[in-house]
Design a protein around this ligand. Sequence first.
Ligand code: PHE
Ligand code: CA
Ligand code: ZN
Ligand code: ZN
Ligand code: ZN
Length: 284
Amino acid sequence: APDISVTNVKAHLTQFQSIANANGGNRAHGRPGYLASVNWVKSKLDAAGFTTRVHSFTYGGATGYNLIADYPGGDANNVVMLGGHLDSVPAGPGINDNGTGSASILEVALQMKATGFRPAKHVRFGWWGAEERGLIGSAAYVNSLSSAEKSKIKTYLNFDMTGSPNPGYFVYDAVKGEFPAGSLALQQRLEADFKARNIPTELIDVGNRSDHRAFMAAGIPVGGTFTGAEKIKTAAQAAKWGGTAGQAFDRCYHRSCDTTSNINDTALDRNADVIASTLWAVAA
Ligand code: PHE
Ligand code: CA
Ligand code: ZN
Ligand code: ZN
Ligand code: ZN
């Protein structure tokens, strides 16, 4: 798998920041900065030869959009899907939440093409709308699929907040919690990938807090990584991960200060590298 360039990922974050700046400071559902974000990501994927489509839905009196991108080739009956939400809250530009996941899977997608990756499985990406309004876009997408189409999706990997400024390294818990992610194989693969880079991880019960939820509810194995949001980093966590104990993983979570300054480059790079290595292994 390629080593993903954090410089490239950060260039995509700068684009999201510019889009927010030009559109009232946010990229929220129903606001012009959201559709501008969709169109910009779509243009990058179209230029790289992906088959893209915009899936529209209605929520809260506004049209919402999911961007779906298929990498040409691979077994259409054996689909690996990666996704993250592209919308922000209205309060700010949403660069860590979730410019990071969005930009990282975009860069991984572009590197598939750049390296000429020819996976045996079919690979599809989703950028979800209206996550911040209650996981709306991803649910609309899953509900739009026939049961035959759903059953072709063998894996869904979700990335929501992967560059938190005071980062933790969390992997979605497959077993424990109210809504366990369900796939022990994906959990263990992600854990092993961090471990191979000498990065300690913790499991986290992400419950129903992001877009993996609709896939899980459809019986699709899901997994993901996360660097933390509003919760406070403990002394034990600061001892193993560095950063500041007694402070939130992301003090700018859902605030106007969630800008390009609100990013830990190391966490962003490590997660992007893990995303690529996981995709290369799972789709091989
Ligand atoms: N989905 C949450 C948000 O967008 C963030 C989150 C992701 C929280 C994963 C917990 C686990 O605000
Ligand atoms: Ca890298
Ligand atoms: Zn959020
Ligand atoms: Zn989020
Ligand atoms: Zn690296």
